[in-house]
Design a protein around this ligand. Sequence first.
Ligand SMILES: Nc1nc2c(ncn2[C@@H]2O[C@H](COP(=O)(O)OP(=O)(O)OP(=O)(O)O)[C@@H](O)[C@H]2O)c(=O)[nH]1
Ligand SMILES: [Mg+2]
Length: 263
Amino acid sequence: MINDANNIVLAVMGAVGNGKSSTLNSIIQEPLFQSGRSVGPVTQRIGSCVRHWKLPEVGRTVHIVDTPGMCESTYKDVENVHLMVEFFKTLSHGVSAFVLVFNIHNTRLDEYTKNMLRLFERLLGPHFWKHVVIVFTHVDEDQRDYLDANIDALTDPHDGFVKVINQWFHLQYQPPMVFLSNKDTRYSQYARECFMELYEAVASVEQGGRREKFTCTWFQEINNRVGVVQDNFIVQSIRYAAVSVPQIVQQGSRAVVNVCSVM
Ligand SMILES: Nc1nc2c(ncn2[C@@H]2O[C@H](COP(=O)(O)OP(=O)(O)OP(=O)(O)O)[C@@H](O)[C@H]2O)c(=O)[nH]1
Ligand SMILES: [Mg+2]
């Protein structure tokens, strides 16, 4: 059941090709979402479903939401705003965790991702950060030793990855970080351990074990509307929020503001 209060609701976000779909497929141990390598995003639309969290078996159902990779050079802005509308509708019953997915081999936090996070902060309020989990993929077992130095640098309390995010967004706490591999997950003890860490990180952001989901006035207002009125309300909200994120307007790649005006 999609709106079951006991479901974990997990939305993955991040740049193109970082392993978002693979991570969800690993969790449910099923090749549900298409994954692979391509010039553009493999995932083209929002996909969601409810399954058992299988890696490892945690005895809970999970409503997973897959998203197309963010990619600055994709300037199909009208489609992008439509996707955002679909995305927020999917999430409007509450979210356990927003999972930001990075590839350990490319940990650059690009401007587009940063701007999207700013937009989310405007739309959802700064409390959404309390439900963020940061995942690094491609930490394969046979690479682990070689990647230890990268992991140390990323977790450094003074100038590591989360510290930078904290400074940018003035966060008072550290979003949890998880390092995992989506390679050969079926019989791998290593994969089980990585994904247990992911589950624990998700559980830790479900508000102190009370399993509460993130919600906000805006989500509640979305649910008070239906059909076209609901879509328009979301588009208008994105438009107002985008105006207050100057970088989105300046850098443009066809600013969300302009896009909304043609819808
Ligand atoms: N070795 C290794 N390969 C991975 C890992 N995670 C993902 N991949 C591979 O990376 C490629 C991209 O993975 P996807 O899951 O399609 O990435 P995505 O973020 O969903 O991509 P888009 O939908 O295009 O944005 C695929 O070939 C995956 O098999 C990992 O942990 N280790
Ligand atoms: Mg994908």
